[in-house]
Design a protein around this ligand. Structure first.
Ligand SMILES: C[S@@+](CC[C@H](N)C(=O)[O-])C[C@H]1O[C@@H](n2cnc3c(N)ncnc32)[C@H](O)[C@@H]1O
Length: 400
């Protein structure tokens, strides 16, 4: 069998093993990782090829899945044709799609060639939760591979950028946030000298815009109530400066351990952790709530199929509960920021509307900077296509 024929068979076997979990396993990326790591016959390029094919399958599942039983060869060829081009996929793509026309850039042109519809790729419940996603430009962006964004946290950014040049990593500076740099997804930024020195952190631009959309005063004391591994904690610590303090909290001790490693690497001295944070009052509280992740489908396409209306209802209940709990820690006159990486109305505007109805001592504050997005009564929705980011929602409130 030819090399490509063999790779096609391996791809179909992998899909056969993963398919039962496509709509059920929220930890599918870990499952994929383990499955690829276990195969000793794979080199790193093979792993990158199969990973890209698996993720492409998940991105385009409604187009591809019906073919797996009926015509697996066509399914494999379609996935190869739709996959992004990289050193790992180039050969396979060109051989597998020999008889296919050139793959066009846009989703609608791809759909035309396949005689399929772009909107079929979005779950019907999501079309109601986020009608903006049906716009061809938005839907197109949501089906591309995500860029890699970093946030500079150094007084010598030129040294970082010179290192990127030496590594031959193409980079460009964001037009709306000068310390945000976009790189191609394959740049191995976590191995660079500048990274190990703490000169930058990997953080999607959309995530950076959450805090950048609202004014936060240097020198304040803040609580990051759902800090996770600290993506936003580190950004907040820099905004607050040496006179300010961020207290980070999360229910996952392993996330806090990672946060402390990152804080150490970045050299920031103004980050504390607390296991009982609501006994204090703070100038500001950030609730970056757990969510269905519909803003992150480019990186985690399985979440599109794993999370449906009932899970979203569960998330919305938890989000309101967390907002109520941590709002208690905001001093009077202080600020409360609610954020999610979801684009779902039920997890965003509805949660804020319900919270404000119950807690009239909090009032919405309009964003300081809306980065070109349409201002809405309950907050700002950061849609992926405008600045090539993940999708986020952020609402800023002030306690009377
Ligand atoms: C969206 S993630 C946070 C991401 C993080 N802020 C960042 O910027 O990288 C949500 C976090 O909420 C945490 N969480 C869930 N329930 C919680 C609770 N009751 N109190 C505090 N954190 C909670 C989760 O462990 C998870 O790390």
């Amino acid at each position: 069998m030819s090399v490509i024929g063999n790779q096609k068979q391996i791809y179909l076997q992998i899909i056969g093993r993963l398919q039962p979990y496509f709509r059920t396993d929220a930890n599918l990326p870990e499952r994929v990782q383990k499955l690829l790591a276990r195969e000793k016959r794979f080199g790193s390029r093979d792993r990158r090829l199969y990973r890209e094919l698996i993720y492409t399958t998940l991105r385009y599942l409604p187009w591809v899945e019906p073919l797996f039983e009926r015509d697996p060869d066509r399914a494999a060829a379609m996935v190869a044709w739709l996959a992004s081009n990289s050193a790992a996929t180039a050969n396979y793509r060109s051989e597998m799609a020999l008889d296919w026309p050139h793959c066009p850039d846009t989703l609608s042109a791809k759909a035309d060639i396949l005689n399929l519809k772009p909107e079929e790729l979005l779950p019907t419940w999501f079309q109601e939760e986020c009608p903006a996603a049906l716009h061809p430009k938005e839907n197109d962006t949501m089906h591309r591979r995500a860029s890699l964004w970093i946030r500079l946290q150094t007084t010598k950014p030129d040294l970082v950028l010179a290192e990127f040049d030496r590594q031959d990593w193409a980079w460009s500076r964001s037009k709306i946030k000068t310390d945000a740099i976009e790189l191609t997804p394959d740049a191995s930024v976590a191995n660079s000298k500048s990274y190990l020195n703490g000169a930058y952190e990997v953080q999607d631009l959309g995530s950076q815009l959450v805090l950048a959309s609202t004014h936060i005063k240097a020198g304040e004391q803040w609580l990051d109530a759902c800090a996770g591994a600290g993506g936003k904690t580190l950004q907040l610590a820099r905004i607050l400066g040496p006179e300010g303090i961020v207290t980070a909290h999360d229910i996952r001790p392993s996330a806090i351990d990672e946060l402390l490693l990152r804080a150490d690497r970045s050299g920031l001295q103004n980050i504390r952790t607390a296991s009982l944070p609501i006994i204090n009052k703070y100038d500001g509280v950030l609730v970056d709530a757990p969510c269905s992740g519909s803003g992150t489908w480019r990186r985690a396409p399985h979440l599109k199929w794993v999370n449906g209306p009932s899970k979203i209802e569960d998330y919305a209940r938890l989000q309101l509960e967390l907002l109520e709990t941590y709002a208690k820690a905001v001093r009077s006159g202080g600020k409360l920021i609610y954020a999610t990486c979801s684009l779902n109305h039920s997890e965003n505007a509805s949660v804020i509307a319900e919270f404000l109805a119950q807690y009239p001592d909090f009032l919405i504050e309009p964003p300081e900077n809306n980065f070109g997005f349409e201002p809405q009564p309950w907050g700002l929705t950061i849609l992926p296509s405008q600045h090539n980011t993940d999708g986020f929602f952020v609402s800023s409130m002030r306690r009377k």
